[in-house]
Ligand binder design. Structure first.
Ligand SMILES: [Zn+2]
Length: 137
């Protein structure tokens, strides 16, 4: 029988043979390493996207209806980078929208954009969908 090693610190694990880690702190270290990207370009782009999302969120904060006309200049001043987005789609009317997660915008003209929060779609790529229980509504 071979002793199993901890996935985080690689020391042999004592105790139950089905354990993957020494303890919770090793489990946390492992998960942090796995999910926080250590590749600089990935981390940088993730940061840009998160910042873009936060800027759009700020533009709509306090508004009941999550729609607002904003000057491009204002977004740029906040550090918004138009070339980074998570999703692009066009409506039936051929209006192109650019999204950073659940917040997005579309061009109105060369100076203004319409900032929106996506309340239409319930799910985003990668999100888990759970089956709806029959007869529960
Ligand atoms: Zn360990």
């Amino acid at each position: 029988m071979t002793a199993k090693n901890c996935l985080a610190c690689e020391r042999p694990i004592k105790g139950r043979t089905d354990k993957k880690f020494c303890d919770d702190s090793c489990r946390n270290n492992y998960n942090n390493r796995l999910y926080s990207y250590s590749i600089p370009v990935v981390r940088n782009i993730n940061n840009i996207l998160r910042k873009n999302r936060r800027i759009l969120e700020d533009m709509l904060s306090g508004l009941e209806k999550k729609v607002r006309v904003v000057e491009r200049k204002k977004l740029v001043e906040k550090g918004f980078q138009f070339e980074y987005f998570t999703q692009y789609f066009t409506t039936k009317e051929n209006d192109p929208y650019y999204y950073c997660y659940e917040y997005g915008y579309k061009s109105i003209d060369t100076e203004k954009v319409l900032v929106v929060k996506d309340t239409r779609k319930k799910h985003f790529p990668g999100e888990r969908r759970y089956p709806v229980a029959k007869g529960s509504d």
